[in-house]
Design a protein around this ligand. Structure first.
Ligand code: URA
Length: 229
């Protein structure tokens, strides 16, 4: 890869700024100053700017514990974007794989890899999302079957895909759905005459929210987590 392209892919610099930095003599390859932007960087070339090594950023896969009053948008609006909570390079290359509402907490997956996030968000891929729910009214055990059969949501044709409801106690349950319709969980409970008062996403597919992450904290996914999607 050309040296100027390598610098663009490893830093925030644009191609023209990368060329300028190279011309200024601040860039070394394996210890030698290189002023030629077309210099070929190989896999084992150590590229430094002002003595600091830079590396290609590559695809990134991240989990965050989303706090309330943040939004799953790439920009801040009335509320802060979850991306704004991250001190990370090239944040503009990241997107959110499956949004949560402003008042929902829990697992949010963030990535630069569009094909990977499609596997999470496409209803055809059947990727389960598990939520912990607190309901306003007591949970009727008959709901387990109703949710498994599918629910007719207000202003939608057809039924939701089969969902797994596991009742924990009178007001708490776990619900696993494989679609991501707008406000789906809240609308499913509204459709059966109940209301969700607290919603928290615990898992997406086999990826569980890391119990060590406090609200607002994030970490890179492990190779096994990435491969599980
Ligand atoms: N369903 C909802 O209603 N809200 C969320 O944030 C996620 C799923």
């Amino acid at each position: 890869m050309r040296l100027d392209k390598f610098i663009c892919e490893s830093t925030e610099l644009t191609r023209s700024l990368a060329k300028r930095v190279i011309k200024s003599g601040e860039v070394t390859c394996n210890g030698d100053v290189v002023k030629d932007a077309s210099f070929k960087v190989k896999d084992d070339t150590e590229v430094c700017i002002e003595g600091r090594q830079i590396k290609i950023v590559g695809e990134r896969y991240i989990m965050m514990h989303k706090p309330v009053d943040t939004i799953c948008s790439t920009i801040d609006e009335e509320y802060q974007s979850v991306l704004g909570l991250m001190d990370i390079e090239k944040v503009d290359t990241l997107h959110i794989a499956g949004r949560l509402d402003v008042d929902t907490t829990g697992l949010v997956l963030i990535t630069s890899d569009g094909q990977w996030s499609h596997k999470i968000t496409s209803p055809k891929k059947d990727c389960g999302k598990r939520y912990l729910i607190e309901a306003a009214a007591s949970l009727d055990p008959a709901l387990v079957e109703t949710f498994a059969e599918g629910i007719k949501l207000k202003s939608e044709d057809g039924l939701t895909k089969p969902a797994l409801l596991e009742i924990i106690d009178e007001y708490h349950a776990r619900l696993t759905i494989s679609e991501g319709k707008y406000h789906q969980v809240k609308r499913m409970f509204a459709a059966v005459g109940n209301r969700v008062v607290n919603l928290h996403r615990e898992a997406v597919g086999e990826i569980e929210l890391d119990a060590d992450l406090e609200e607002g904290e994030w970490r890179f996914l492990t190779d096994a987590e990435i491969a599980s999607i």
